[in-house]
Design a protein around this ligand. Structure first.
Ligand SMILES: [Zn+2]
Length: 316
């Protein structure tokens, strides 16, 4: 019999479920709506129903060897969620091990950004790479990250490692949702590209075809579209925000001696546009001996990184 894991990538309003084989093949995938106002017990009974549904789709030649879950927030060593998911507060106190026991399988849970990082490393762009110290940085509305050292997820003392989005980049800088100021994600998330473009348009800094209305409707994508067409203001935004992303990567590299960085999230659709600025900042701000060895590449799994990471927690 071949081995498969039940994967559940838990978000605020929806969950992605899947059956994943050891080789990273998604044997079945489905999406479930969920409710961020669920109590802990409601989350538990709903997740059990979802897992039951996934098991009915199991191909007969596969054995289920585990239940892997990820979500916002963190869990302790006994598989109980202990908080950090402000948007889904009912997850706190949920025992993933208890859910596993219902199905007679071991259960593992970790933070969603960390698990996605492991998925990307094991089954995505990190696959087959001889990396000793990798960081996967996800640049979307916010910025998340995860570290894989010697092929294993590194989650820190309580499971909260990887918050590169909240490393301070600009002292006394812009206020961040986390309560601090000057955080990385205020300067190079997709949201930052949008706010930088709006500020520049508002100030009338350069000739541009971009307007507040166009940016409002089109988001970060439209800024890249205009930059490709040669719009000077849009190109300035891409250069500036991507430079900040490069500085953030250089800080992590100096500290952790990284040899591989994979950039994922919505922004990696335009990887070719951002990478020259990212690389140039990395060369400027990283110790030479490290910068020379560092490979920076595009992540490849997109939204499947979470469900594949849930399986990767079981399969070495
Ligand atoms: Zn922050």
């Amino acid at each position: 019999m071949s081995k498969a894991v039940i994967s559940l990538d838990i978000g605020g309003t929806s969950m992605k479920g899947a059956l994943v084989s050891k080789t990273g093949d998604i044997l079945h995938k489905e999406e479930f709506d969920t409710d961020p106002s669920f109590t802990t017990d409601e989350h538990k009974s709903y997740i059990i129903k979802c897992v039951e549904s996934l098991i009915t789709k199991k191909p007969s030649e596969y054995d289920i060897v585990g239940f892997g879950a990820d979500s916002p927030g963190i869990s302790d060593k006994t598989g109980v969620h202990i908080g950090g998911a402000e948007n889904v507060p009912g997850l706190k106190g949920l025992s993933f091990k208890d859910i596993g026991r219902v199905f007679n399988v071991d259960a593992l849970h970790a933070n969603d950004a960390s698990v996605a990082a492991l998925g990307e490393f094991r089954y995505g762009s990190g696959r087959g790479k001889d990396s000793k110290a990798a960081m996967i940085i996800t640049v979307g509305t916010g910025i998340g990250g995860g570290f894989v050292f010697d092929g294993e997820l590194f989650t820190g003392s309580i499971g909260a490692a990887g918050e590169i989005g909240h490393v301070c980049l600009v002292p006394n800088g812009e206020r961040c949702n986390c309560g601090s100021v000057g955080c990385v994600e205020r300067y190079c998330s997709a949201t930052a590209y949008i706010s930088s473009a709006k500020t520049k348009v508002h100030k009338g800094l350069k000739q541009t075809e971009l307007t507040m209305d166009i940016i409002e409707k089109g988001g970060a994508k439209v800024i890249f579209d205009y930059a490709k067409k040669g719009d000077r203001l849009a190109n300035d935004v891409v250069a500036e925000c991507s430079h900040y992303l490069g500085i953030a990567i250089s800080q992590a590299t100096n500290m952790l001696d990284l040899d591989l960085v994979l950039i994922g999230g919505g922004i990696c659709k335009d990887f070719e546009m951002i990478i020259p600025y990212v690389r140039s900042a990395v060369i400027d701000y990283t110790l030479k001996i490290q910068a020379e060895r560092l490979s920076i590449e595009k992540a490849s799994l997109g939204n499947d990184a979470g469900i594949l990471g849930c399986a990767a927690m079981f399969f070495k």
